[in-house]
Design a binder for this molecule. Structure first.
Ligand code: PLZ
Length: 450
């Protein structure tokens, strides 16, 4: 380590809420860690911001050199309640001192059941529901597919263009984009089919027209009788924050109901107040049969879930679902604390307010600069798509240059999109308005400078 003393602050909302650069990014201590990383950690595990994080909270991430970066990414939509939220920290500290693990399948405990009860109550749909808990988003998606197959006795699963569902073998098959997620990692799981998505900015179709196109493909190329599940992110995340046209999801749900197909909403990224409602499905007026959740659910601890109609969730024989760590007691305690914050601290309204700021500023940039082709999103899940103004072709180089410049200036932003030309904004809901605006000033400056 370098010699100059840097005091490592305690994380959480008491961190000074400021953008503060005391070195270039990366500073010497961060560089030192990144060198160790490149020696010790497999090359396939990349990183966006070249820093060594030591503390985070409110709307900032602090690095080992004492830089304080504005966080517009929430660790990919995870720290929605805020990093090291005091209620989450307290719940975790209490739980970890009680017991660290029993395996829920060996000796059940209350916090797992309480998380299931909360999910059954909070997810859309007034029908009887049940839940099962896992560790990662990909694991939840895998299990939703298992459950849908067991319930229907059918095998085919429909996923969509631009979809992202994870990095395990089945979820790689479900994910659309080859680089970096799939290339060289096959063969992929069978009985996965890809249907065209509704992408209003690029296809110009209404929701019903886009649904008709997808349904025609499903009926002609797979056959309704063979389809176990239609799996979709209500707003696509990694694929580019694509908000489907109104009526698209509703028509798909109707078709699923008419054909005995399980409709699975993957709300791993959109869930838990992110879009201005507890779940994005609510904003579209749909009730999925099964819903997968993860990310925001537990304030940063690894936890995921499948929740849905009790009769579908109960399709599996006893012992058919589970895993050593699924519903770990510390993660469950964190989830109960985070869910308390979501419900009782007005986070959906906070996300809607953040969305107004984001959309307002990005629309201003769009009006002034034709390279901002589209601005879209709901709540605190908003993105700008960059294009060549004359051809409309995606401009990934511009998105990437802006994101890099923002990070150099102390603002963490993430890119996404099948074409890599989208910058997405997913701030923690604990960020204050001034810091959010300052972050967006840096985005505007980086755009203007190119
Ligand atoms: N479903 C909708 O967004 C995870 C992935 C980042 P895990 N998205 C971030 C990366 O490069 O790995 C995600 C998602 C949706 C499923 C997943 C998978 O969740 O917890 O990463 O497995």
């Amino acid at each position: 380590m370098s010699n100059a003393a840097v005091t490592i602050p305690v994380g959480g909302p008491s961190l000074p809420q400021e953008r503060r650069l005391v070195t270039a990014i990366p500073g010497p201590r961060s560089q030192e860690l990144l060198e160790r990383k490149s020696t010790a950690v497999a090359a396939g595990v990349g990183h966006t911001a070249p820093i060594a994080a030591v503390a985070a909270g409110g709307g900032v991430v602090v690095d080992a050199d004492g830089n304080s970066l504005i966080d517009l990414g929430s660790g990919i939509a995870v720290t929605t309640v805020g990093n090291a939220h005091p209620k989450v920290v307290e719940a975790v500290q209490h739980a970890v001192a009680q017991f660290t693990h029993t395996c829920f399948m060996v000796s059940p405990y209350e916090s797992y059941v309480a998380v299931a009860e909360a999910l059954n109550r909070l997810t859309p749909g007034s029908f009887a529901k049940k839940s099962a808990l896992f560790n990662s988003g990909a694991e939840a998606v895998e299990n939703a597919v298992k459950i849908a197959r067991k319930h229907t006795g059918r095998q085919a699963v429909v996923a969509f263009d631009h979809a992202y569902h994870g990095r395990t073998n089945l979820t790689m098959a479900l994910t659309a984009k080859a680089m970096p997620y799939k290339s060289g990692f096959g063969p992929f799981a069978a009985e996965v089919y890809r249907a065209p998505m509704s992408y209003p900015y690029r296809d110009g179709l209404t929701g019903p027209e886009a649904a008709e196109r997808a349904i025609a493909m499903i009926e002609k190329q797979i056959g309704a009788d063979n389809v176990a599940a239609v799996l979709i992110e209500p707003i696509q995340g990694e694929g580019g924050f694509i908000v489907p046209a109104d009526g698209f999801l509703n028509a798909l749900v109707d078709w699923c109901r008419a054909n005995g197909v399980v409709f699975i909403a993957d709300e791993v990224q959109t869930g838990f107040a992110r879009t201005g409602a507890m779940f994005a499905c609510e904003g579209f007026g749909i009730e999925p049969d099964l819903i997968t959740t993860a990310k925001g659910i537990a304030g940063g601890l690894p936890l995921s879930a499948v929740t849905g109609r009790a009769e579908i969730m109960d399709a599996s024989h006893s012992g058919g679902l589970g895993g050593t760590y699924g519903g770990n007691p510390i993660a469950c305690a964190a989830a109960l604390a985070a869910i308390d914050v979501f419900e009782n601290e007005g986070l959906a309204a906070r996300a809607a307010h953040i969305g107004e700021i984001l959309l307002g500023r990005l629309h201003e940039m769009q009006a002034a600069d034709p390279r901002v082709g589209d601005v879209r999103g709901r709540g605190a899940m908003v993105a700008a798509e960059f294009v060549d103004p004359t051809t409309g072709e995606p401009d990934a180089a511009l998105a990437s240059a802006i994101a890099k410049e923002c990070i150099a200036q102390g603002v963490i932003v993430l890119t996404c999109g099948t074409y890599g030309n989208v910058i997405r904004f997913l701030p923690p809901l604990s960020i204050d308005d001034a810091l959010l605006s300052e972050g967006l000033d840096q985005v505007a400056a980086a755009l203007a400078a190119r």
